[in-house]
Design a protein around this ligand. Structure first.
Ligand SMILES: [Zn+2]
Length: 206
């Protein structure tokens, strides 16, 4: 069965503070026009989206050049709903650690609280845990927050350590309905050339 783990995109969908609003409006409309066409305005980090290495390094790989194999394949959803503020190294050790080549998604309290409203105190990935995941050589990590990094923190490792090693980050996942376990992940970002990131439709297949 399919689990849709993407946030719905519409006017008013939550955005990370400082990002462009998501705006959707009719451009052509029946019956006045010959068809319905909408105009969409959004930031590259809107809704469920991919952070490409270019997000934190202008010379690094843009979203359209990430190998497609990264975005499709086996994946593990880890239950991190016990984490009070951050996902830390010991939380991965609890599950026997992570292995090279894995896709790892963390389900935290963020999914249980929902995405109707932006909360400043979302659960994030700790810098040490980012270093740990980068060292282990996972290929993709995903979190149910619009940023993997604590808001306002000067510890940039959650982005820098992962993206610096070419590890793709998914942000804005909704894992509320997904039990922890093993799945096939499919999440393909829109093919915006040269960009730092792009929205994606992400699903889990069990
Ligand atoms: Zn992002």
């Amino acid at each position: 069965m399919f689990y849709d783990i993407s946030l719905p995109l519409r006017n008013g969908t939550i955005i990370y503070p400082g990002n462009p609003d998501i705006l959707v409006a009719p451009h052509h409309q029946l019956p006045k026009d010959s068809s319905n066409i909408s105009r969409i305005d959004f930031g590259s980090h809107s809704g469920t989206h991919v952070d490409a290495p270019r997000h934190v390094d202008t010379g690094a790989m843009p979203v359209d050049q990430i190998p497609l194999e990264t975005f499709v394949g086996p994946c593990r959803v880890l239950d991190m709903t016990h984490c009070a503020d951050a996902v830390r190294i010991e939380d991965f050790e609890k599950y026997g650690g992570v292995k090279v080549g894995e896709r790892i998604l963390f389900k935290t309290k963020n999914s249980l609280r929902g995405f109707e409203k932006f909360y400043d105190d979302y659960v994030y990935l700790d810098g040490g845990a980012a270093d740990y995941l980068a060292e282990k050589g996972v290929i993709l990590v995903g979190i149910d927050a619009l940023s993997i990094k604590q808001r306002g923190s000067k510890d940039f490792r959650p982005h820098a350590s992962l993206l610096g090693k070419g590890i793709v980050i998914f942000e804005g996942l909704d894992l509320a309905k997904v039990p922890a376990g093993n799945y096939t992940f499919i999440g393909l970002p829109l093919k915006f050339v040269g960009l730092d990131g792009a929205p994606a439709r992400a699903v889990l297949l069990s």
